[in-house]
Design a protein around this ligand. Structure first.
Ligand SMILES: [Zn+2]
Ligand SMILES: [Zn+2]
Length: 533
């Protein structure tokens, strides 16, 4: 029985693990990489033969957990893909949206290429591939055990992260040996606003735990709500637009609910709210169909006779022209994806509106290294957005407590449920600093904890003593941790350069600065030239 780490090691995106039991191979998640070089990384061949995989189990619909499945099917995978019903429904919406975005991008690149005499560009997968892949999806209920392949049984438990999200309890049996491994998936906070709280699980030999916020604590729900309400109270009466880059699934519905709470207090009632996303309507509809899986808070709100995701003056925008027309609107709240501004309609809204000091951008979610959102949050003032150089003059705000992810405290509270069974924790789905920090805290709490590298394999055993010695150290094909560090350093360099060019006229000791900058340029050129060979 083996576990192979194929992604989300030392980084947040690209979740992908393989379990081997007997002659069977089952994948847990198979997601897109997001952030710097995402396209090239998603095009890399799988580190296994897709036809050799017997089944896939999905923790939730987010594209960094499901995005490469249509590609897997395109390359010959023919097994069952198990997920909860809301995950199945949301996955279709997200896959179709990805296929559309990739097609548009490929067409645009092809046009550019043809002008230079270069070849046509093809998307990673197309809508027909999505249709084919959907045939393999098979819904499962929460809390029931499902036999997936001989020797592997799974039980989906609520993870409280987005609608349909799951913690996976997996039992593996081979001959006399049996091992239980739990995948946290993406975990919601211990006290959620949107979904039910994450299920507490007590027994396991191994726990693969996410660590997105392994080194940070969020504000509480109450604090974040207060912060959002006072920010909106301050900025909404002003002129200008309020852009809210948001994941279209879950976060957008949360923001709409928070806006309703504002309206209940008499605020924001006369300001139009544009939900500019072709898939926004579909995602919200899926949430509405599964309201029984929502938190007590949402159920109470609904019981009071109000509809939790439909604020007054909400307008769903789907056509491109309608979306462009928002450029000419003076006042309004614009919700649009993607949440990290690395694609989608928010990019165009920012391109057209971020120069305007009367506008606001309110970040309500995680911004990964290498994304436009991260560069903005990090304070970069001069940027290239959708082919145009822009200067950031809009006012930027961050509300970090709306996260659908557990913070460090939540992760430790959830992990503590396992204290009697003493499992080994494999800390994944976090940037190196976050993953190492959480592993440290787990060790302090008396657990074994490892931060695995990509392509590392573990021979699974129920014997606590043997676990560490059963790590098979393979040669990782790519050191993702260094890759993420590299991306961060590059971001920092471009940030410094921007600051310097902004303040260039004020530099007094030019004689000293110039040779230093020239040396820096030589160093950068050296790295660039080395990278070419
Ligand atoms: Zn997620
Ligand atoms: Zn994730």
């Amino acid at each position: 029985m083996r576990l192979k780490i194929l992604g989300a090691a030392g980084e947040v995106t690209g979740s992908n693990y393989m379990l081997e039991v007997g002659s069977k191979r089952v994948l847990i998640d198979c997601g897109f990489h997001q952030g710097r070089d995402e396209e090239a990384r998603n095009r890399e061949p799988f580190h296994f033969d897709p036809t050799s995989v017997d089944a896939v189990i999905l923790t939730h619909a987010h594209i960094d957990h499901t995005g490469r499945v249509p590609l897997l099917v395109k390359q010959g995978f023919k097994g069952r893909i198990l997920a909860t019903l809301p995950t199945v429904e949301l996955t279709e919406v997200l896959w179709r949206d990805s296929a559309r975005l990739m097609r548009e991008e490929a067409e645009w690149k092809t046009k550019k290429n043809f002008r230079k005499g270069l070849p046509e560009v093809f998307p990673l997968f197309e809508d027909e591939d999505v249709t084919t892949a959907l045939n393999f999806l098979s819904p499962a209920t929460y809390d029931d055990k499902v036999d997936v392949v001989p020797g592997l049984t799974v039980r989906f438990r609520d993870a409280g992260h987005i609608m349909g999200s799951s913690i996976l309890e997996i039992w593996l049996t081979e001959g006399e040996q049996s091992v239980k491994i739990v995948f946290s998936g993406d975990l919601g906070p211990q006290k959620t606003v949107m979904e039910r709280n994450p299920a507490a699980i007590t027994g396991a030999d191994y726990v693969v735990i996410e660590s997105t916020y392994g080194d940070r604590e969020h504000k509480t729900n109450e604090e974040s709500r207060e912060e959002f309400q006072s920010l909106m109270g301050e900025i909404l009466p002003g002129r200008g637009k309020v852009f809210i880059p948001t994941f279209v699934v879950d976060r957008a519905q949360r923001v709409m609910y928070e806006l309703m709470l504002l309206q209940d207090q008499g605020l924001a009632a006369d300001i139009p709210i544009y939900f500019d996303s072709p898939m926004g309507v579909k995602a919200t509809k899926i949430y509405e169909e599964h309201l029984d899986l929502c938190s007590s808070e949402i159920q109470e709100y609904r019981h009071s006779g109000k509809h939790p995701f439909s604020p007054d003056r909400l307008k769903y925008v789907s056509g491109v022209e309608e979306s462009q027309a928002i450029n000419d609107v003076d006042n309004g709240i614009v919700l649009a994806g993607s949440g990290m501004c690395n694609g989608g309609r928010i990019v165009h809204h920012l391109k057209h509106g971020i120069w305007n000091p009367e506008n606001h951008v309110v970040f309500v979610g995680y911004q990964a290294v290498g994304t436009l959102g991260r560069r903005l949050v990090d304070g970069q003032k001069k940027l290239r957005i959708a082919g145009e150089d822009v200067t950031v003059r809009a006012q930027l705000h961050t509300i970090n407590g709306f996260s659908a992810h557990a913070d460090r405290r939540d992760l430790m509270t959830w992990a503590d449920n396992f204290s009697k069974s003493a499992p080994t924790f494999l800390v994944t789905h976090g940037e190196p600093k976050a993953a190492n920090s959480l592993a440290g805290a787990l060790k302090e709490a008396g657990f074994q904890a490892i931060v695995p590298a990509v392509d590392q394999e573990f021979e699974l055993t129920s014997s606590e003593k043997e676990r560490v010695s059963r790590i098979i150290v393979s040669s990782p094909q790519r050191d993702v941790a260094s890759y993420v560090d590299l991306a961060r350093v590059l971001d920092e360099i471009s940030l410094s350069v921007n600051r310097l060019s902004d303040s260039a006229p004020k530099i007094t000791n030019v004689e000293q600065a110039l040779p230093l900058l020239k040396s820096a340029k030589i160093l950068l050129d050296t790295v660039t030239n080395q990278a070419k060979y």
